[in-house]
Design a protein around this ligand. Structure first.
Ligand SMILES: Nc1ncnc2c1ncn2[C@@H]1O[C@H](COP(=O)(O)OP(=O)(O)OP(=O)(O)O)[C@@H](O)[C@H]1O
Ligand SMILES: [Mg+2]
Length: 243
């Protein structure tokens, strides 16, 4: 039997004030998948993630809710309610609290979890996944490298024990070696059962590890297919993989 989608977006429209930036976006993420969203700057990728998190005003062009998660409408929910429901966002640009240590940044990600022992267990898991963070637990975040801060931002999101992780350009500004490390981390988290929606500009990297992908352009879904198919699609090749 085919599982119901974990996330179901239907005719999503998003607005900043009166300015519309997404038009009729429909997208699905099934449990256990890695799904990539690619597209040029300003296409609305971050906005899409913002809509899921309840950070951006949205509505559906159809009759039902715009965003369904585990069959329930997220429309109108506050970001903290969305997080409590098991979704975590790693925003663009590795935003961490610079004056706080690596460890305190991680613990902040688990603030909703009142079970001290469980917090400790998750912390061990996260540090096991990113040994670099373990070496730097007491270091102020501002003194960590860009790649380490990105790991920290991902680690902090994982501390809330999400079922569904949204990643906004995790490889931004990173050296290819660090990008590989981060992407291997994402894949290993996925293999442990976490579903991932990934916004990425490093298209080859992203499509290679994704089950499926969507091409978002000017606020609309232009194409969607399996990661493999998109990598060999003539339009994607020309527009995104041009050499
Ligand atoms: N807070 C805001 N207020 C007004 N307009 C905004 C706001 N945030 C984004 N926009 C506009 O919405 C459109 C989509 O922006 P968005 O950040 O979602 O694009 P993106 O695909 O994530 O781009 P990038 O690849 O550069 O991160 C852009 O035209 C942008 O200028
Ligand atoms: Mg963006």
């Amino acid at each position: 039997m085919h599982d119901a989608p974990l996330l179901n977006i239907n005719g999503l429209e998003a607005f900043y004030g009166d300015v519309q930036v997404l038009w009729g976006v429909s997208l699905e993420v099934n449990p256990g998948e890695i799904v990539a969203v690619i597209g040029p700057n300003g296409a609305g990728k971050s906005t899409l993630l913002g809509c899921i998190m309840g950070l951006v005003k949205s509505r559906s062009s159809g009759s039902g809710p715009a965003v369904l998660y585990q069959g329930e409408a997220l429309d109108g929910q506050k970001p903290e309610e969305v997080v409590a429901g098991g979704i975590a966002l790693v925003p663009e640009g590795a935003r961490v609290f610079p004056e706080m240590t690596c460890l305190d940044n991680l613990l902040l990600g688990a603030y909703l979890n009142k079970d001290r022992q469980q917090r400790q267990e998750v912390l061990e898991q996260v540090l096991g996944m990113f040994p670099r963070l373990k070496e730097r637990v007491n270091q102020p975040a501002k003194t960590m490298s860009g790649g380490e801060r990105q790991m920290l931002a991902i680690g902090r999101a994982l501390m809330s024990r999400p079922d569904f992780l949204l990643l906004d350009e995790p490889s931004l500004g990173l050296h290819p070696l660090m990008t590989s490390t981060i992407f291997e981390g994402i894949q290993s988290i996925n293999q442990q059962g976490l579903t991932v929606l990934l916004v990425e500009q490093k298209v080859t990297f992203a499509l290679k590890m994704s089950d499926r992908g969507y091409v978002l352009e000017q606020g609309r879904v232009k194409l969607s297919a399996s990661g493999e198919e998109l990598m060999h699609d003539s339009y994607v090749k020309e527009a995104y993989l041009a050499v």
